[in-house]
Every structure is written in C-alpha cells, then in structure tokens.
Design a protein around this ligand. Structure first.
Ligand SMILES: NC(=O)C1=CN([C@@H]2O[C@H](COP(=O)(O)OP(=O)(O)OC[C@H]3O[C@@H](n4cnc5c(N)ncnc54)[C@H](O)[C@@H]3O)[C@@H](O)[C@H]2O)C=CC1
Ligand SMILES: O=C(O)C(=O)Cc1ccc(O)cc1
Length: 370
C-alpha cells in the first residue's frame, strides 16, 4: 500500500524532510514550491517523486500535507486551506519555528474536522534553499510535535510513525511552552547575533580594520546572523511577546553586568564567567553522546593545520581511504600564528571519534573534539 505525502515548500527543511521520508519506500512524495526552479531541482535530484502544478493540487490526494514554508506563509496557507478539497483522513502538519500562531491559524481546518498537528524539527542551519537539503539533517535532533487540544491520540501515533524515518527524537509539547522555550534557545540568540554584527558594522565606519579582527569567538557567536532574513523576520513577528520578555531579562542582565564592570571586583567577575562556563559545559551537546540529546547536534573535529597547500586534501584523502564520510568542512579564519583551524563535521559522535583516531595515527596535527 502506498501513502501520499505532499510537501509544500521545498527549501532546506522541506527538501531535507522529503529526502528523509524517501527512506520509506511506501511513501510517494509530491512537492510544491512557489519557485518553480526549487521544485524542478527537487525533482531532478530525486528528492520528490513529482511536482504538483498548484498547492491545491498537491493537497487533493494527500494522506499527509506538510508545510515547510516561512511561518507567515504557513499561517496564510492554513487559512486558505479551509476551502481546499482534501481527504477527510488527511493529517496536516508544518515545520515552522513558531507554534502558537500556527496552531491558531489551523483552527479553521480543525473545526472542519481535519487533523492538524504542529511540527518543528529543531535542526537546521544558517543556509537555506533546496541546494542545502540533506537527508540526515534531523537525525538525533528533537522533532517537536504540538497536537491540537482535542486531537485524537491515534492521529498523533500516525504522525509519529510517519516521522520515524527522520531518526529525530520526537517530543510532544504544548504550543505556548514551545514558543517560550524556543525564544530563549533560538529566537532571542538570533537577535543578539544580528545585533553584534550590526554593532561591528557601525564601528567599522570609523575603524575599517576592525572587520579583519573579527575572528574565532565573534564568528562562532554570530554564525546564525547569516541565516535568511525573511524567515527570521516572520519568526520574530510571530514570537514578539516572548522576545520582548527575553529582551527585558537581557536588559536586566546587562544592567548587572554594567554594575559588575563599574565595581571591578575580580572575584565577582570571575564568578560571572565561572557560572556561565559551568552551565555551558554541562549542556547536553557536541561533546556528549547523541543519546543524551541536544537541540542542534553537530559533531565537529577541530584540527590545527599549518598554512601550506595540500593539507586539506591530505586529510580528506585519509578520511576517504578509511571510508569515513564528512558532512561539512571549513577553515576557521583565525590565525594565532602560522596555524589555522580546520573544522570537519560528521553525522555522529562515533564517526567523529573514529576520524580523530585515524588522523591521530596518520598525521601529526593536533586536534580537539569540542
Ligand atoms: N532553516 C532552519 O534552520 C529551520 C527552519 N525551520 C522552519 O522551516 C520552515 C522552512 O524553512 P527553510 O526550509 O529553512 O526555508 P527555505 O527558505 O530554505 O525554504 C522555504 C521554501 O518555501 C517556498 N515558499 C515560500 N512561500 C511559499 C508559498 N506561499 N507557497 C509555496 N512555497 C513557498 C520558498 O520558495 C522556499 O523554497 C520555516 O517555517 C522555518 O521557520 C525549522 C527548523 C530549522
Ligand atoms: O543554524 C542553527 O544552528 C540554527 O539554529 C538552525 C535553526 C533555525 C531555526 C529553527 O527553528 C531551528 C534550528
């Protein structure tokens, strides 16, 4: 028996979800994107089985419809969907980073007797578009589901079963709680990252050289400021209340920091850094096993490399000859002396550790698992 899944929005998340769902051979995946170029690329790469001519056509025969468009477009499409012709047994879901406004927008569908279960795979990147889609994006990451209040438990089970192949960690949350928690771990940090970059940009007016000094820490902290502004505009608008709350807390925190600086008490300053380090070091994250969980899993190996040609190809050759696949490779543009840092990402902690062992044996570069 085949099951029809329609994915609306074939960007990073829709494309990655389609790739993951294709692990289940019983699923037929139809895609629709308002950009024909994206839909065409998804079809040509074999990410979807067919391209629907319109969003309504994609919805008609679907057993599952998943919206993977920016959250403002999701709200609009959910409101329009009340007029669409759909199977009465269909489950409609989404991948949006906010949940409360989306659950409200789905109310019309729910009142019509259609099942809507909100969804948010909590993995992604600052990249967007179908070209960035990867099938293992959601592995080991939390995939939050927010069922409607009167939703049937069997439908939730059906949705969970569909998503099992993503290998994400399915978690059921209340939509309001979801928006509160994502405000602190994702949405507000995004605002801070963009503010730091804007501060650098204005300082650059008077000190053009300063951009060259923006190295390691600054880049780590602000990577997410390179994400799609439209996506983040929509998230910020939809989670405004929680963001204002976070901002008030931040301002009060900064007020304490200012006081601490003015008082210049070395013990309090060290305590401030100690507290943050202790909490940060104990977060379930990259250095720990995936089973312990983290919001955004990445398994990075940092390698100190000398600045001469051929080093990267030497390292990738060693990995390839040991059949270890990497998911990302980049040079961190910090140079303390002649060394640079090559950061290689892997799908799992086991692959990363294996790579470290092999490289330790076959090269003299020093490396760290962070
Ligand atoms: N980028 C990330 O890291 C994550 C994003 N999300 C959420 O997933 C959703 C999708 O994000 P991405 O895939 O990153 O964005 P994206 O920009 O890579 O893809 C969105 C796609 O939707 C299409 N689209 C926009 N409006 C449309 C409409 N009205 N009808 C049909 N297609 C339309 C665009 O052409 C684009 O191909 C967003 O709601 C975002 O909040 C969730 C987790 C992580
Ligand atoms: O790039 C990163 O690290 C992200 O934070 C990706 C991300 C963006 C939006 C989400 O709702 C979830 C994850």
């Amino acid at each position: 028996m085949t099951t029809n899944v329609s994915i609306i929005g074939l960007g990073l998340i829709g494309g990655s979800l389609a790739l993951a769902l294709k692990r289940n051979p019983e699923l037929i995946i139809t895609g629709f994107d308002r950009s024909y170029k994206s839909a065409d690329e998804a079809y040509r790469r074999g990410i979807i089985d067919s391209v629907a001519p319109s969003v309504k056509a994609a919805a008609k025969e679907a057993d599952y419809i998943i919206f993977a468009v920016p959250v403002a477009a999701t709200v609009q499409l959910l409101q329009e969907a009340v007029t669409w012709d759909m199977k009465s047994s269909v489950i409609v879901s989404d991948t949006g980073s906010t949940k409360k406004p989306i659950m409200s927008a789905a109310q019309g569908l729910i009142e019509k007797g259609i099942t809507f279960i909100g969804g948010h795979p909590m993995a992604g990147s600052h990249k967007s578009g179908i070209s960035a889609a990867i099938g293992h994006l959601f592995e080991n990451a939390y995939y939050v589901l927010t069922p409607a209040e009167n939703g049937h438990p069997d439908d939730l089970e059906r949705m969970k079963t569909l998503l099992t192949v993503t290998r994400g960690k399915l978690a059921v949350l209340d939509a309001a709680e979801h928006d509160q928690m994502t405000a602190v771990v994702s949405h507000f940090p995004h605002i801070i990252a963009s503010s730091l970059v804007n501060m650098l940009s204005s300082q650059e007016q008077g000190q053009p050289f300063v951009r060259r000094l923006a190295a390691g820490g600054f880049r780590d902290l602000t990577r997410i400021a390179s994400a799609d502004p439209v996506m983040w505009r929509d998230i910020t608008v939809q989670n405004k209340e929680q963001l204002v709350d976070q901002l008030d807390r931040w301002l009060s925190e900064m007020h304490s920091v200012r006081k601490m600086l003015n008082e210049s008490d070395p013990d309090s300053i060290q305590q401030f850094f100690d507290d943050a380090k202790h909490f940060r070091d104990n977060l379930p994250s990259v250095a720990q096993d995936a089973a312990q969980g983290a919001l955004y899993m990445q398994f990075d190996l940092h390698i100190d490399i000398p600045d001469h040609p051929g080093v990267i190809s030497e390292i990738t050759r060693i990995l390839a000859s040991n059949e270890i696949s990497l998911t990302n490779i980049r040079i961190v543009e910090t140079r303390t002396d002649v060394y640079g840092i090559l950061v290689i990402s892997f799908r799992s902690a086991a692959e990363r550790n294996n790579a470290a062992q092999v490289l330790e044996k076959e090269t003299e570069y020093s490396m760290q698992i962070l």
